[in-house]
Ligand binder design. Structure first.
Ligand code: C5P
Length: 241
Protein backbone atom coordinates (compact mmCIF):
# COMPACT_ATOMS: atom_id res chain seq x y z
CA UNK A 1 0.00 0.00 0.00
CA UNK A 2 1.10 3.54 -0.81
CA UNK A 3 1.83 6.06 1.89
CA UNK A 4 -0.83 8.70 2.49
CA UNK A 5 1.73 11.41 1.86
CA UNK A 6 -0.33 13.52 -0.55
CA UNK A 7 -3.29 13.92 1.83
CA UNK A 8 -4.46 17.54 1.96
CA UNK A 9 -3.03 18.38 -1.49
CA UNK A 10 -5.16 19.12 -4.55
CA UNK A 11 -3.73 17.81 -7.82
CA UNK A 12 -5.20 18.88 -11.18
CA UNK A 13 -4.41 16.81 -14.26
CA UNK A 14 -5.30 17.37 -17.92
CA UNK A 15 -5.57 14.18 -19.99
CA UNK A 16 -6.52 12.77 -23.36
CA UNK A 17 -6.88 14.51 -26.71
CA UNK A 18 -8.88 17.59 -27.52
CA UNK A 19 -11.38 17.55 -30.35
CA UNK A 20 -11.75 20.63 -32.56
CA UNK A 21 -15.00 20.84 -34.52
CA UNK A 22 -14.93 21.67 -38.23
CA UNK A 23 -18.70 21.52 -38.73
CA UNK A 24 -21.59 19.80 -36.90
CA UNK A 25 -20.36 16.32 -37.88
CA UNK A 26 -16.55 16.53 -38.26
CA UNK A 27 -13.55 17.33 -36.12
CA UNK A 28 -9.72 17.43 -35.92
CA UNK A 29 -8.12 15.38 -33.16
CA UNK A 30 -5.26 12.96 -32.41
CA UNK A 31 -4.70 9.41 -31.18
CA UNK A 32 -4.06 10.19 -27.50
CA UNK A 33 -5.63 7.40 -25.41
CA UNK A 34 -5.57 9.30 -22.11
CA UNK A 35 -3.99 6.28 -20.41
CA UNK A 36 -1.02 8.15 -18.92
CA UNK A 37 -3.14 10.99 -17.51
CA UNK A 38 -5.67 8.56 -16.03
CA UNK A 39 -2.84 6.49 -14.50
CA UNK A 40 -1.45 9.70 -12.93
CA UNK A 41 -4.88 10.53 -11.51
CA UNK A 42 -5.21 7.04 -10.00
CA UNK A 43 -1.67 7.21 -8.55
CA UNK A 44 -2.25 10.64 -6.97
CA UNK A 45 -5.62 9.54 -5.52
CA UNK A 46 -3.98 6.41 -4.06
CA UNK A 47 -1.54 8.70 -2.27
CA UNK A 48 -4.44 10.53 -0.63
CA UNK A 49 -4.54 13.63 -2.86
CA UNK A 50 -7.77 15.29 -3.94
CA UNK A 51 -7.63 14.82 -7.71
CA UNK A 52 -9.37 16.71 -10.49
CA UNK A 53 -9.04 15.13 -13.90
CA UNK A 54 -9.83 17.45 -16.80
CA UNK A 55 -10.39 15.01 -19.60
CA UNK A 56 -10.84 15.20 -23.35
CA UNK A 57 -12.94 12.48 -25.02
CA UNK A 58 -11.47 9.06 -24.13
CA UNK A 59 -12.81 5.53 -23.61
CA UNK A 60 -11.56 5.07 -20.03
CA UNK A 61 -13.31 4.62 -16.69
CA UNK A 62 -12.84 7.36 -14.09
CA UNK A 63 -10.35 6.13 -11.41
CA UNK A 64 -11.86 5.66 -7.94
CA UNK A 65 -12.02 8.80 -5.85
CA UNK A 66 -11.20 11.12 -8.76
CA UNK A 67 -13.35 14.10 -9.73
CA UNK A 68 -13.60 14.10 -13.53
CA UNK A 69 -14.42 17.18 -15.60
CA UNK A 70 -15.21 16.31 -19.22
CA UNK A 71 -14.27 18.77 -21.96
CA UNK A 72 -14.08 18.59 -25.74
CA UNK A 73 -12.06 21.45 -27.26
CA UNK A 74 -8.82 23.15 -26.18
CA UNK A 75 -10.78 26.32 -25.31
CA UNK A 76 -13.03 24.31 -22.97
CA UNK A 77 -9.99 22.58 -21.46
CA UNK A 78 -8.36 25.97 -20.83
CA UNK A 79 -11.49 27.32 -19.09
CA UNK A 80 -11.70 24.24 -16.84
CA UNK A 81 -7.95 24.40 -16.12
CA UNK A 82 -8.17 28.08 -15.13
CA UNK A 83 -11.01 27.30 -12.73
CA UNK A 84 -9.13 24.41 -11.17
CA UNK A 85 -5.64 25.94 -10.98
CA UNK A 86 -6.37 28.46 -8.22
CA UNK A 87 -6.39 26.02 -5.34
CA UNK A 88 -4.11 23.35 -6.81
CA UNK A 89 -0.80 22.41 -5.18
CA UNK A 90 0.28 20.53 -8.29
CA UNK A 91 -0.89 20.98 -11.89
CA UNK A 92 0.04 18.28 -14.40
CA UNK A 93 -0.53 18.86 -18.13
CA UNK A 94 -0.72 15.44 -19.70
CA UNK A 95 -3.30 16.22 -22.39
CA UNK A 96 -2.41 16.03 -26.08
CA UNK A 97 -3.99 19.38 -26.90
CA UNK A 98 -4.60 19.95 -30.62
CA UNK A 99 -2.18 22.65 -31.75
CA UNK A 100 -4.69 24.14 -34.20
CA UNK A 101 -8.44 24.53 -34.61
CA UNK A 102 -10.60 25.69 -37.51
CA UNK A 103 -10.69 29.47 -37.76
CA UNK A 104 -14.46 29.15 -38.09
CA UNK A 105 -16.71 26.23 -37.19
CA UNK A 106 -19.19 25.88 -40.05
CA UNK A 107 -22.80 26.13 -38.84
CA UNK A 108 -23.88 23.53 -41.39
CA UNK A 109 -22.25 20.43 -42.76
CA UNK A 110 -19.47 21.32 -45.22
CA UNK A 111 -20.49 20.13 -48.69
CA UNK A 112 -18.26 18.93 -51.47
CA UNK A 113 -19.08 20.50 -54.79
CA UNK A 114 -19.60 18.48 -57.96
CA UNK A 115 -16.19 19.08 -59.47
CA UNK A 116 -13.73 20.21 -56.79
CA UNK A 117 -10.67 18.04 -56.22
CA UNK A 118 -9.71 19.40 -52.83
CA UNK A 119 -10.42 22.05 -50.23
CA UNK A 120 -8.40 24.37 -48.00
CA UNK A 121 -9.11 24.67 -44.29
CA UNK A 122 -7.89 27.76 -42.47
CA UNK A 123 -6.55 26.77 -39.05
CA UNK A 124 -5.57 29.01 -36.13
CA UNK A 125 -3.35 28.22 -33.15
CA UNK A 126 -4.93 26.91 -29.98
CA UNK A 127 -3.94 28.38 -26.60
CA UNK A 128 -1.02 26.71 -24.83
CA UNK A 129 -2.93 25.70 -21.72
CA UNK A 130 -0.06 24.77 -19.41
CA UNK A 131 2.00 27.83 -20.40
CA UNK A 132 -0.96 30.14 -19.73
CA UNK A 133 -1.64 28.58 -16.31
CA UNK A 134 2.07 28.77 -15.40
CA UNK A 135 2.26 32.42 -16.50
CA UNK A 136 -0.93 33.46 -14.69
CA UNK A 137 0.24 31.80 -11.49
CA UNK A 138 3.62 33.55 -11.64
CA UNK A 139 1.82 36.89 -11.96
CA UNK A 140 -0.54 35.97 -9.12
CA UNK A 141 2.25 35.02 -6.74
CA UNK A 142 3.97 38.35 -7.38
CA UNK A 143 0.87 40.38 -6.56
CA UNK A 144 -0.47 38.28 -3.66
CA UNK A 145 1.32 36.95 -0.63
CA UNK A 146 2.98 33.63 -1.32
CA UNK A 147 1.17 32.08 1.63
CA UNK A 148 -2.26 33.19 0.40
CA UNK A 149 -1.79 31.96 -3.16
CA UNK A 150 1.15 29.64 -3.66
CA UNK A 151 1.86 28.93 -7.30
CA UNK A 152 0.99 25.35 -8.20
CA UNK A 153 3.96 23.14 -8.94
CA UNK A 154 3.69 22.90 -12.74
CA UNK A 155 4.46 19.60 -14.45
CA UNK A 156 4.47 19.22 -18.24
CA UNK A 157 5.05 16.39 -20.66
CA UNK A 158 7.23 16.40 -23.77
CA UNK A 159 6.94 13.76 -26.47
CA UNK A 160 9.95 13.89 -28.77
CA UNK A 161 11.43 11.73 -31.51
CA UNK A 162 15.02 13.05 -31.17
CA UNK A 163 17.23 15.25 -28.96
CA UNK A 164 14.93 14.36 -26.04
CA UNK A 165 16.81 16.13 -23.27
CA UNK A 166 17.55 19.41 -25.04
CA UNK A 167 14.02 19.81 -26.45
CA UNK A 168 12.55 18.92 -23.04
CA UNK A 169 14.77 21.41 -21.21
CA UNK A 170 13.80 24.10 -23.71
CA UNK A 171 10.10 23.34 -23.10
CA UNK A 172 10.63 23.44 -19.33
CA UNK A 173 12.07 26.97 -19.56
CA UNK A 174 9.84 28.35 -22.31
CA UNK A 175 6.57 27.28 -20.66
CA UNK A 176 7.71 28.32 -17.13
CA UNK A 177 7.30 24.78 -15.80
CA UNK A 178 8.86 23.34 -12.64
CA UNK A 179 9.24 19.78 -13.91
CA UNK A 180 8.98 18.04 -17.27
CA UNK A 181 8.43 14.38 -18.07
CA UNK A 182 10.01 13.60 -21.43
CA UNK A 183 9.14 10.57 -23.55
CA UNK A 184 11.00 9.30 -26.57
CA UNK A 185 8.04 8.42 -28.80
CA UNK A 186 10.22 6.89 -31.50
CA UNK A 187 10.62 3.74 -29.36
CA UNK A 188 8.24 1.03 -30.58
CA UNK A 189 5.71 -0.20 -28.01
CA UNK A 190 6.13 2.81 -25.71
CA UNK A 191 4.18 6.03 -25.28
CA UNK A 192 1.23 7.06 -27.43
CA UNK A 193 -1.59 4.52 -27.09
CA UNK A 194 0.72 1.85 -25.62
CA UNK A 195 0.41 0.34 -22.14
CA UNK A 196 4.07 0.87 -21.25
CA UNK A 197 6.16 4.01 -21.09
CA UNK A 198 9.62 5.23 -20.10
CA UNK A 199 10.54 8.80 -19.19
CA UNK A 200 13.29 11.26 -18.43
CA UNK A 201 12.35 13.73 -15.66
CA UNK A 202 13.95 17.19 -15.46
CA UNK A 203 13.39 19.91 -12.85
CA UNK A 204 13.96 23.61 -13.10
CA UNK A 205 14.90 24.04 -9.44
CA UNK A 206 18.54 23.00 -9.07
CA UNK A 207 17.78 22.08 -5.43
CA UNK A 208 15.97 18.92 -6.56
CA UNK A 209 18.92 16.52 -6.67
CA UNK A 210 20.31 15.29 -8.97
CA UNK A 211 18.42 17.47 -11.48
CA UNK A 212 17.41 14.61 -13.76
CA UNK A 213 15.95 11.13 -13.25
CA UNK A 214 15.63 8.31 -15.76
CA UNK A 215 12.49 6.25 -15.23
CA UNK A 216 12.88 2.93 -17.10
CA UNK A 217 10.22 1.32 -19.33
CA UNK A 218 7.38 -0.02 -17.17
CA UNK A 219 3.59 -0.10 -17.14
CA UNK A 220 1.94 3.31 -17.27
CA UNK A 221 0.45 2.56 -13.83
CA UNK A 222 3.90 2.08 -12.26
CA UNK A 223 5.46 4.91 -14.22
CA UNK A 224 2.64 7.17 -13.00
CA UNK A 225 3.49 6.30 -9.38
CA UNK A 226 7.12 7.22 -10.04
CA UNK A 227 6.11 10.51 -11.70
CA UNK A 228 3.85 11.41 -8.76
CA UNK A 229 6.76 10.60 -6.39
CA UNK A 230 9.03 12.96 -8.30
CA UNK A 231 6.37 15.69 -8.48
CA UNK A 232 5.82 15.50 -4.70
CA UNK A 233 9.58 15.73 -4.15
CA UNK A 234 9.79 18.79 -6.39
CA UNK A 235 6.71 20.37 -4.79
CA UNK A 236 8.22 20.00 -1.30
CA UNK A 237 11.54 21.44 -2.50
CA UNK A 238 9.66 24.45 -3.95
CA UNK A 239 7.70 25.00 -0.72
CA UNK A 240 10.77 24.74 1.49
CA UNK A 241 12.98 26.87 -0.81
O1 C5P B 1 4.51 22.07 -26.96
P1 C5P B 1 4.10 20.66 -26.67
O2 C5P B 1 2.75 20.31 -27.20
O3 C5P B 1 5.14 19.64 -27.02
O4 C5P B 1 4.03 20.63 -25.07
C1 C5P B 1 3.58 19.52 -24.37
C2 C5P B 1 3.14 19.95 -23.00
O5 C5P B 1 2.36 21.16 -23.04
C3 C5P B 1 2.22 18.94 -22.35
O6 C5P B 1 2.37 19.07 -20.94
C4 C5P B 1 0.85 19.39 -22.84
O7 C5P B 1 -0.20 18.92 -22.01
C5 C5P B 1 0.99 20.90 -22.77
N1 C5P B 1 0.20 21.63 -23.78
C6 C5P B 1 -0.87 22.41 -23.38
N2 C5P B 1 -1.58 23.13 -24.32
C7 C5P B 1 -1.23 23.09 -25.61
C8 C5P B 1 -0.14 22.30 -26.04
C9 C5P B 1 0.55 21.58 -25.10
O8 C5P B 1 -1.19 22.45 -22.18
N3 C5P B 1 -1.93 23.81 -26.50
Amino acid sequence: PQADDARGLTVTITAGPTREALDPVRYLSNHSSGKMGYALAAAAANRGARVRLISGPVALATPAGVERIDVTSADEMLAAARQAAGDSAIFIGCAAVADYRAEQIAAHKLKKSANDDGMTLKLVRNPDIIALIAEARINASVSESAAASPRPFMVGFAAETRDLESYARDKLERKNLDMIVANDVSQAGLGFGADDNAALVLWRNAAVEPGRAELPAQSKARLAEAVIDQALRGYRAMRSG
